[in-house]
Write a protein that binds this ligand. Structure first.
Ligand code: HAM
Length: 415
């Protein structure tokens, strides 16, 4: 048997229901805030990610699925959504500002472990062409409103500011001088990071590096006037809201394009190391990719991680009650078909198996499929103008007049 690839998931029907619940709530909320849907290709030129996510990021450096196609073009499966969205805005000359949302698969060749997949789906938002700290706050507000809407109650928002190209050189100087006598204690990756992008060291999971970082100077304390003012205003919007947040001075994010605000969302049930979402401001990316100057901010949520967190929380959406209509002969089958049409017109989900099996066999199928109710249509019921409604949990059966079946089902199924 051919098995699925390591680190990739099959979402089976039980989880599929929850996934649909998550997606539909996300779409409902982002539309309220004026976002429109965008879809960009899963396959792009690798260069797009080298120039945006960045060659010093682990994502580009170690985790991309990159290969040559038949015409020797170097391509990558998209590891994240932001670069494709910005490329699409530039290439299609969309007017700014734009508020866009997307959902789709991302690919990262990571070592699979709890919550870390090689194919994961993201629900993402990008606000392109708005510079106010209010936009940063609004992104956080949307995420939190979404978490509460899906009953994910144990989330915290971590925030930080990593400044801009004006304030970072000063910080880099101080940070490198702090590291001077500690270099030998850094992991080999961080020794390299120190040369290429020292800020990335804050992102290292290695315990020794974490210890060094704990005591180190923080980028947040070296912000220029503009970045500090932006961060203060962002925090004051948060203060005025009911959103639970924490400043995490080590939160630099593992992608190269961020400026000013960075943030991550964590859920207690999955722990601090597995964020359920993250994002930040990226004021220079559009220009760096050949477009106009367009200050931007966005986030992406990991769909599977939200699913895992909801399952840990046991705050799952109410299971839909399902119903099967069964019949004893061909004439009853036609009557049953009319009934399922009527049920569906009344928004009552229903299933009929058209293979003309015996009533006993159909009841077995209903049992296997975990149906909560079965409506039985036999010759006797047809003659009497009624249906038999069987509660599959209690095994009780009740005869209902044909005309009253919708009313009765709405009462028991709660649609
Ligand atoms: P990111 O933090 O790399 O940001 O990914 C966003 C979210 O995707 C993570 O917080 C996590 O929930 C989920 N995720 C990432 N990698 C994996 C994985 N291997 N397995 C399962 N879930 C994963 C970005 O991708 C940015 N594009 C976000 C952004 C949008 N920034 C600005 N706009």
């Amino acid at each position: 048997m051919t098995k699925r690839l390591k680190g990739m998931l099959d979402i089976l029907p039980e989880d599929g229901e929850i996934i649909n619940f998550i997606i539909s709530n996300f779409e409902k909320i982002v539309k309220l805030y004026g976002f429109s849907f965008i879809r960009t290709p899963i396959l792009e030129y690798a260069e797009l990610y080298y120039r945006s996510t960045g060659i010093t990021s682990d994502i580009v450096n170690k985790e991309m699925y990159t290969f040559y196609d038949k015409k020797e073009r170097l391509l990558s499966l998209r590891p994240e959504g932001t670069p494709g969205v910005i490329r699409a805005i530039i290439e299609n000359q969309l007017v700014l500002p734009q508020r866009l949302y997307y959902l789709g698969p991302m690919f990262r060749y990571e070592r699979p472990q709890k919550g870390r997949l090689r194919e994961h789906y993201q629900l993402g938002l990008e606000i392109v062409g708005e510079k106010s700290p209010y936009s940063d706050f609004e992104i956080i507000k949307i995420a939190n409103q979404f978490f509460s809407q899906i009953f994910l109650k144990d989330t915290t928002t971590l925030v930080n500011s990593i400044g801009c190209e004006k304030c970072r050189p000063k910080f880099k100087e101080v940070f490198l001088s702090y590291l001077k006598d500690k270099i030998e204690f850094l992991c080999p990756d961080c020794q390299e990071r120190k040369e290429k992008n020292p800020l990335r060291i804050f992102d290292c999971k290695n315990e020794k590096c974490q210890k060094i970082i704990k005591e180190s100077p923080k980028v947040k304390d070296f912000l220029c006037f503009e970045c500090k003012d932006h961060f203060d205003k962002f925090l004051s919007f948060l203060e005025k809201s009911n959103i639970k947040y924490k400043i995490d001075e080590n939160l630099v994010r593992g992608l190269d394009y961020y400026t000013k605000t960075t943030f991550e969302f964590i859920s207690e049930s999955l722990g601090e190391k597995i964020s359920i979402g993250g994002g930040g401001r990226y004021d220079n990316l559009m220009k760096e990719l050949g477009g106009n100057d367009a200050p931007s901010v966005g986030f992406a949520l990991g769909l599977e991680r939200i699913l895992f967190a909801l399952k840990e929380n046991k705050n799952l959406p109410k299971e839909k009650k399902t119903l099967m209509v069964i019949y004893d002969c061909e004439d009853s089958f036609y009557e049953a078909l009319k009934l399922v049409d009527l049920l569906r017109e009344n928004n009552i989900p229903s299933y009929i198996n058209p293979d003309l099996e015996s009533l006993k066999k159909q009841l077995k199928i209903a049992d296997k499929l975990n149906m909560k109710y079965v409506i039985i249509i036999g010759e006797r019921e047809r003659e009497k103008g009624s249906y038999l409604l069987r509660d599959m949990i209690s095994g009780k059966q009740e005869e209902i007049e044909k005309e009253k079946i919708i009313e009765k089902l709405k009462e028991v199924i709660n649609v």
